[in-house]
Design a protein around this ligand. Structure first.
Ligand code: MIC
Ligand code: SF4
Length: 644
């Protein structure tokens, strides 16, 4: 039996476990990336592990999220990360160089290699045939120290692409179609491989749009073959020697196959407030819009912005619309400036931003109240834009630009003859904004610079013998990490300060939660399906840890968040019978008797006693030998200190 692309890469990096679906495999990690909003914590954790120099082939730290710098906090974090990188052997991509996933794809990614990143959109690297996975900061810290990265062996899904996109239909529309078919939880426990004749019609930046937004499916990662098109892209980046060919075997076996005829797709949008709430632009109709934002790690490539520039050329942004554009990298920005496309964009009235995440994570450009905002981004969760009642639609760059001019939702196919933008034979690459680490012999003399906002990792304790606490919060289905630990311009600067950021935990759902959780001393959270979807931010586990959360009991978890809870020493439990969700209310007194013994004995079925309602509720605690020991130790940091 042959192998899929992902199985081939896993096999070549397997350190422990067996490649049977659902069992835990430990992988050797070749490359890591961090960004600044998760990076400070990841490097504090790396320091705590105590390995002097990273053991990966390449580790890169990017500054792209926290670039508004409305106070000293962000700049202090940047300096901290820069100095840690210099000391410990990590490449440092300076602020202004671009969004981590865009730059990593352009400059560092290699087909066939493994990459983990402390950001959920790390799977962007799958666009050039990497096995690229989003993880918590602590997992990245451990991998930098040479430790394995563990996942449950996923199922393999094949998406067969046939035909060719019609003019004005975009790669974004392909992934929106996949989201429409599979939903935001359809990819959990799966790796998605794209194949078929249609793959040959897609350039690397287009493939990367698709693998990027595979994160919204909940998938472990997505991957394209590494073919001649990949080679051309890498050659144009001056990195042809990094290319290797990679296909799945003819007789590879997939657990699920989905067929998509590209020629049948039309421009679409993910409507508020979920990336899988997909409709065609035609169905939405010519509704009035207030804002358009173009950029983010999904759609800010040279190709994307050249298409946007061609649409805007000679036109003016509609008087009732604000158009903001953030190129994905310095390389993209530079090329647009040199070839004159930037002038066309400026002339049309766009508000040009620096190359960073910006509005995607609520760092500026929040829309007006109830404002309808069309964005080329990947997430439209409620409140993420910074405007509580903002109505965010996720669209392609072509739909975004056409609508910005018309002032209403506009199908770009109405624009007439399509623009044909070829991929350049050579990109304007220049790594002058990537600082190399100090040579080994000089590392001891590098001083790590810490600002006053940088507080240590929260205190952890080994798992208690018994847990007797109350339910401090009950939430519904599809809770995102943006609900648990909101981002945005006010809260992001607190990412290095867990006590301060904890004051904002779950306040989107219930503003009294932090106060109540603290007053209870210890407590349990109850949730529905796909709990913790979205971002990789481990703050969504560390803030609850700081607030005394001992366990989270839900119908089902999203992958990265579940791993982050375990890393923080918080018990991730699922209801054996989903209907028991109705048997717990906020404020109820709950108990997990003899929990330490039960977990040590490897029991996977436990009883959660609701003392208030007099009910015994069976819950499942599926831990492997390693994750069991992590929970017993009180989290991955303590476990790693003891196990090396
Ligand atoms: C996001 O898109 O939500 C983020 C901000 O990039 C996060 C990381 C973070 O919260 O810092 C992610 O996707 O992992
Ligand atoms: Fe940045 Fe947005 Fe991409 Fe997250 S999704 S890495 S915030 S651009």
């Amino acid at each position: 039996m042959g192998y899929t692309i992902a199985q081939k890469i896993i096999k070549a990096h397997l350190l422990s476990g067996e490649m049977t679906v659902g069992s835990e495999v430990g992988l050797k990690i070749d490359q890591t990336l961090t960004q600044d909003a998760t990076g400070t914590m990841a490097y504090l954790e790396f320091e705590a592990i105590g390995v002097p120099r990273v053991k990966t082939e390449k580790s890169v730290a990017y500054i792209d999220h926290n670039t508004l710098q409305t106070g000293f906090e962000n700049a202090d974090d940047h300096r901290f990360i820069q100095s840690v990188c210099k000391k410990h052997g990590i490449y440092f991509s300076r602020p202004g160089n671009g969004i981590c996933h865009q730059v990593h794809l352009e400059r560092f990614g290699k087909p066939g290699k493994t990459l983990i990143g402390s950001d959920s959109h790390t799977p962007t690297g799958g666009g050039i045939g990497m096995l690229a996975i989003g993880a918590g900061g602590l997992d990245v810290a451990v991998a930098m120290g040479g430790g394995a990265y563990y996942i449950q062996m996923p199922k393999m899904v094949r998406i067969n692409l046939t035909g060719k996109l019609q003019p004005w239909v975009s790669a974004k529309d392909i992934i929106l179609e996949v989201l429409r078919i599979m939903s935001v939880k359809g990819g959990v426990g799966k790796i998605i491989e794209y194949g078929g004749e249609g793959v040959k019609t897609l350039t690397v930046p287009e493939r990367a749009t698709i693998t990027n937004m595979g994160a919204e499916l909940g998938a472990t990662t997505s991957v394209f073959p590494s073919d001649e098109i990949t080679r051309e892209f890498m050659k144009a980046q001056g990195r042809e020697e990094d290319w290797t060919e990679l296909y799945s075997d003819e007789d590879a076996v997939f657990d699920e196959v989905i067929n998509i005829d590209l020629s049948k797709l039309v421009p679409m949008a993910a409507c508020p407030h979920s990336p899988d709430n997909v409709k065609t632009i035609e169905e939405i109709g010519p509704q009035k819009i207030d804002q358009v934002c173009i950029g983010s790690c999904t759609n800010s490539s040279y190709l994307d912005l050249m298409r946007v520039a061609a649409i805007l050329k000679g036109k003016t942004v509609h008087p009732d619309v604000s158009l903001a554009i953030a190129p994905g990298s310095k390389q993209v920005y530079n090329m647009l400036a040199r070839n004159g496309a930037l002038a066309d964009i400026i002339e049309a009235g766009a508000r040009i931003l620096e190359c960073a995440c910006g509005p995607c994570i609520g760092m500026g450009q929040s829309p007006n109240s109830k404002g309808i905002s069309l964005r080329t981004f990947n997430r439209n969760f409620e409140g993420r834009s910074g405007t509580r009642d903002g109505q965010i639609y996720l669209v392609s760059p072509e739909t975004a630009a056409a609508s910005a001019i018309a002032g209403v939702f506009t199908d770009p196919r109405t624009l007439g003859e399509a623009v044909d933008i070829p991929l350049p034979a050579k990109f304007d690459y220049n790594d002058n904004m990537v600082a190399a680490p100090a040579p080994v012999e000089e590392m001891d003399s590098v001083e790590v610079l810490r600002g006053p906002n940088i507080k240590p990792y929260p205190k952890t304790e080994p798992l208690a013998d018994n847990i007797n606490v109350r339910c401090s919060l009950k939430v519904g289905d599809n809770i995102t990490t943006d609900h648990i630990m909101p981002a945005g311009a006010k809260i992001l600067p607190l990412r290095s300060n867990i006590p301060a950021i904890s004051e904002h935990c779950f306040t989107v759902c219930d503003k009294d939660f932090p106060m109540r959780a603290k007053a209870y001393g210890g407590s349990i959270i109850i949730g529905g399906v796909n709990y913790g979807q979205g971002s990789s931010r481990e703050h969504a586990a560390l803030a609850p840890l700081y607030l005394g959360i001992k366990a989270v009991v839900v119908k089902s978890f999203a992958r990265i968040h579940r791993a982050n809870l375990i890393n923080a020493g918080i018990l991730p439990l699922t209801f054996e019978n989903e209907t028991d969700y109705d048997n717990i209310n906020e404020g109820d007194e709950l108990s997990l008797p003899s929990i330490r013994k039960m977990i040590s004995d490897g029991r996977t079925r436990l009883l959660l006693v609701n003392k208030t309602q007099g009910k015994e509720i069976p819950v499942l605690c599926e831990l492997s030998g390693r994750t069991k020991d992590i929970i017993l130790a009180g989290g991955l940091l303590d476990y790693t200190k003891h196990h090396g």
